[in-house]
Design a protein around this ligand. Structure first.
Ligand SMILES: Cc1ncc(C[n+]2csc(CCOP(=O)(O)OP(=O)(O)O)c2C)c(N)n1
Ligand SMILES: [Mg+2]
Length: 317
């Protein structure tokens, strides 16, 4: 990656990291009543993949992909207002977590039901092919979600129709309390691509350059009409499933091992190697922190939604 690209990556990764810390603190103060699914440890995966998209491309992020939201133009204010479920939020104050979409920004996920998002995203990819839009769909799923049946159905359709579709499997070692070894006999998720006759690659999901390069290739391949790719990014979920989960089932040594590969620190080192100075990095860190603080302060000035909002878009017979 060029220095300019690394700067964009680092800025977005810092925003994601600072946002996580801010949401964790608010959750502890009972100011957030939804789930806080931190993406600490997974930032290079969501930022590096999303950065490979071009304007007009479509993204379906998962519950943990705040970095992808930032890359695709979601602002810290918009994010904070949603998590604090204030009036005027993207979900009209009805969701206090990461289950939101913004079609204007071509962010069509998150579908909360694991696996169910893939056929929807594949449908979006089919629409791109039929309309010859030239846009590509980037879809995320976790190591746990990847084993849900609808993922198979979606990939069957995407591969046989050669759709402009890229599936990122974020293998962060756990699905809630279930380690990968307890849910699949083959821990290499990219091998599943063989069954669909499409390319599959596994990359170190803490290495922003590896993630960006693999995704750029897959997106180019898809845009040229060659069909889908599976990209497995290996990372570690460094927090519990969400903040209510003490994750005492995760061996401490495993967390220590992955902590040494912290994606934010690794990206800082890459920037230093490209000639950035320590003081440049410090000012980027301060900038991200103050942007998130300002966003939370702004969200706190907004009122709660009207109770009547709860009944909008609710259908019953
Ligand atoms: C069909 C379905 N079952 C269960 C859940 C509840 N749930 C939400 S996230 C999650 C764990 C997902 O693990 P993984 O796919 O590995 O993603 P990660 O949270 O590790 O990023 C579970 C069980 C759900 N949303 N949908
Ligand atoms: Mg997981």
């Amino acid at each position: 990656m060029t220095k300019a690209e690394l700067i964009v990556a680092y800025e977005n990764m810092l925003l994601a990291r600072e946002f996580d810390h801010a949401m964790i603190n608010l959750y502890r103060q009972s100011k957030i009543v939804g789930g806080v699914y931190a993406q600490i440890g997974n930032e290079a995966s969501s930022v590096g993949t999303a950065m490979a998209l071009q304007e007009g491309d479509i993204i379906f992020p998962m519950h943990r992909d705040n970095g992808a939201h930032f890359v695709r133009g979601m602002t810290p204010r918009e994010m904070a207002i949603n998590f604090l479920f204030r009036r005027g939020s993207i979900t009209r104050g009805t969701d206090g977590t990461g289950h939101f979409a913004d079609p204007e920004k071509k962010i069509y996920g998150n579908v909360s039901h694991l696996g169910a998002m893939v056929p929807v995203a594949v449908g979006a990819a089919l629409a791109q092919k039929l309309s010859k839009s030239g846009f590509v769909v980037l879809n995320y799923i976790g190591d746990g979600g990847a084993s849900v049946g609808e993922v198979h159905e979606g990939l069957m359709m995407a591969s046989v129709q050669q759709l402009p579709f890229v599936l990122v499997i974020e293998n962060n070692q756990y699905a809630y309390s279930t380690p990968v070894a307890a849910q699949t006999h083959n821990p290499r998720f990219s091998d599943r691509a063989i069954g669909y006759g499409i390319p599959g690659v596994t990359v170190d999901g803490t290495d922003i350059e590896a993630v960006f390069s693999a995704t750029s290739q897959a997106i180019e391949f898809a845009r040229a009409g060659n069909g889908p790719t599976i990209i497995e990014t290996t990372t570690m979920r460094m927090r519990g499933h969400a903040e209510h989960d003490p994750f005492d089932y995760v061996p401490k040594e495993l967390l220590e091992e992955w902590d040494r590969k912290d994606p934010v620190l690794r990206t800082a080192t890459l920037l230093l190697n490209k000639g950035a100075s320590e003081s440049e990095l410090t000012s980027m860190q301060q900038q991200a922190k103050s942007e998130i603080e300002e966003a939370v302060a702004y969200a706190n000035t907004l009122p709660a939604p009207d109770a009547a909002e709860a009944f909008k878009n609710v259908f019953f017979q």
